[in-house]
Structures are given as C-alpha cells and as structure tokens.
Design a protein around this ligand. Structure first.
Ligand code: ACO
Length: 328
C-alpha cells in the first residue's frame, strides 16, 4: 500500500460568477425597500444573477476548470468529485455527474452534497478525510449555488440577500506544513424550518397550486442569532484541533451572509478589516459559492499567500455550521 499523505490541502482554486448584475436600485423598483436599508442592514450593494436559460452547473464547471488550471492539473488527475449545492440543475441526476461527463473526468466517486451555505466547508472536510485515508488522491470540491432560481422577488426580506456564484478547489497532498490543519462541523436540526423550501421535495412534490412554496422562506432574525452564536465557537474549535490560537490566524474568510454577522466575529476576535475578507457588497449571499469566492477575493487582494494561516467559517440552512483552519 502507498504511504498515506501527511499533509492535505488546496492545490488550486477557481471561481465563476454570472455577468448579469442586480443592484439595490433595481430592487427598489421591485419591492418596498431602499438602498439605505439594504446597505445598512446587510452590507450588500449588488449581486450577480444567472442569465435565463443557463444551467447552474455551467458556473460550477467553469470554476472547476479554472481550479484545475490553477493547480496545473488535467481532468484525468481527478479521482473524486463533491458538488456542494442546494440548487442543483435537477433533483436527479446529480450535478456531480453532469460535471464529470462535461469535463471528461474518468469514472470516479462523484456526488452532490447539500449543506446549504455550509456546503463548501462540509465538502472540503469530506475531501480532506478521503485523501488522508487514501481513498482518493485528488478531489474536486465545487461550491455552486444559483439562489435566484428559488428566490421570491416579491419578498423583500429575502430577495435583497441572495446572489449566484460558484467556486471550486482541488484537494490533494500538499508539501510539509501546508494544507488543512483543523476542522469543526456541526448541525442543529431543531432549526431546520428557520430557512427552508416547502415544496419541490417528496413531502410536497411540485403541483400547480404549490409552485410558490418552492421559494426560500426564512426567519431572518432567528437565523441571524444562530449565525452569531456559532461563528465564534466554530472558529475556536477548529483552531483547537489545529493546535493553534486566534493569534496565529492571519486571515478570516467568513461566509458572506450579512456584514453585521461578520463584524460581530471581527469584534469577538479583535480582527481589523485587513485580517478579514469581505466581498458581500459585490456578490451578496451566494451560499455554497461564498467561501471559495471570498478566498479568490483575498488572493486577488494579495492577502492569501504561501504560508498564510486562514480560517474559513460558515453557517447555513439546516441549521449547519463549520470552520476549517489551513495554511495556504
Ligand atoms: N427593506 C426594507 N425593510 C425591510 C426589508 C427590506 N429589504 N426586509 C425586512 N424589512 C423590515 C421588516 O419588515 C421589519 O419591519 P417591521 O419592524 O415593521 O416589522 C424591519 O425591516 C426589521 O426586520 P428584521 O427582520 O428584524 O431585520 P433585521 O435587522 O434582522 O435584518 C436580515 C433582516 C437582513 C434578513 C437579517 O435578519 C439577516 O441577515 N439574517 C440572517 C439571514 C441569513 O444569513 N441567511 C443565510 C442562511 S442562507 C442559506 O443557508 C441558504
């Protein structure tokens, strides 16, 4: 048997967002809201919305192709695919299979993983375990969501928040000292219906009278409280697993759901804006795409360099949460 890898981490990163922009001024014409309310309560200025007729997997595939290119790898080098999404192209087949065929990746373990906005973190941690245990060598982890396809643009409490976007990474063996150092993940299913879609699943299958129930419904205030309560402990637990403390962290990469949730975490840890990635103003909440998009923003700004210790942290529907500490 080959020696198991000691260090496992991200070998390449790629992202993809639609061209179409939905601004706060656009939303002012659609619902009773204001630019001032949206910016002050959420930090969002604009978000990207996938063009009509395009499949969400087009974004996931483009991000994955860019991640492979970034890692200087070919489709034949991949032996696992985790496609993290709650907005797949179809309930079945899995988007992971669509991506495998379109990219020409050899037959391998490939499936969709739904942990809503925590999806990318859950996928990253699963891929880490698979590579560490020797069941795969290089796994493509895609985080891709097109929230706009399930957003009710008559509901001001949700439609201002969401956008569409995708990111992908290749997870594999890294050089000594680099890669994933600690993980924490959890769920609290007692909050399952604080953010949910009531139809489209097998309890209420699609029917002419329940089409509107497929839209995302949310108790924003309760989800907000949950987010603030789990962000800090999740980061601390992942750091503990890594044998590090908050003082060792160069960069926090938080899920981009609400600027106020991010600011509360900054306050708790005493982080300044230089230590935190914020791109919510441009993209809104892109669910599973959020963390890899934020990593890309950090890299473009020169904040994610070889050796940077960062902590990725997310929460989402489920309710779910997770954090991963890694050295880039
Ligand atoms: N424009 C103007 N007013 C609004 C809007 C809007 N777009 N949306 C809500 N309001 C109003 C409400 O009707 C309410 O009015 P009222 O006091 O007369 O009843 C008032 O603003 C305050 O509403 P709250 O819900 O208390 O506003 P809050 O400050 O909590 O902000 C928000 C709402 C932005 C939704 C916040 O609660 C939040 O970000 N929650 C977290 C949501 C989240 O992150 N979800 C992510 C999970 S996503 C996933 O996993 C797919």
């Amino acid at each position: 048997m080959n020696k198991l890898p000691e260090y496992v981490g991200i070998l390449g990163l790629g992202v993809s967002v639609p061209e179409r922009v939905l601004t706060n001024a656009d939303l002012e014409k659609m619902v009773d809201t204001s630019e001032e309310w949206i910016i002050s309560r959420t930090g969002i200025r604009e978000r990207r919305i996938i063009e009509d007729g395009r499949a969400p997997s087009e974004l996931g595939i483009q991000a994955a192709e860019r991640a492979l290119e970034d890692a200087s790898l070919a489709p034949a080098d991949i032996d696992g695919i985790l496609y993290c999404t709650f907005t797949p192209d179809y309930p079945m087949p899995p988007s992971a299979c669509i991506l495998q065929a379109k990219m020409g990746i050899p037959p391998c373990l490939a499936y969709d993983l739904n942990a809503a906005c925590s999806g990318f973190i859950f996928g990253l941690q699963t891929a880490y375990g698979m590579v560490k245990s020797g069941s795969a060598k290089r796994i493509l982890v895609v985080g891709a969501d097109c929230n706009s396809r399930f957003t009710d643009y008559k509901d001001r409490s949700t439609c201002v928040l969401f956008g569409d976007g995708a990111g992908a990474v290749v997870v594999g063996e890294t050089e000594k000292g680099r890669g994933i150092l600690g993980n924490c993940a959890g769920v609290d299913g007692s909050g399952a219906f604080l953010i949910y879609q009531n139809s489209g699943g097998a309890v209420h299958p699609p029917a002419p009278d329940n089409v509107h129930e497929q839209y995302i419904r949310m108790n924003g205030r309760e989800v907000y409280k949950f987010a603030v309560s789990v962000f800090g402990p999740a980061v601390e637990q992942a750091l503990d697993k890594a044998g590090l403390t908050i003082g060792d962290v160069d960069l926090m990469v938080p899920h981009q759901a609400n600027i106020r949730i991010i600011e509360s975490a900054m306050q708790r840890f005493g982080f300044s804006p230089e230590n935190v990635v914020i791109n919510i103003d441009r993209y809104g909440n892109t669910s599973a795409g959020s963390i890899p998009l934020a990593m890309d923003t950090a890299r473009q700004a020169g904040k994610l360099k070889a050796g940077t210790v960062c902590v990725l942290v997310a929460f989402g529907a489920g309710l779910t949460y997770g954090a991963t500490v890694l050295r880039w």
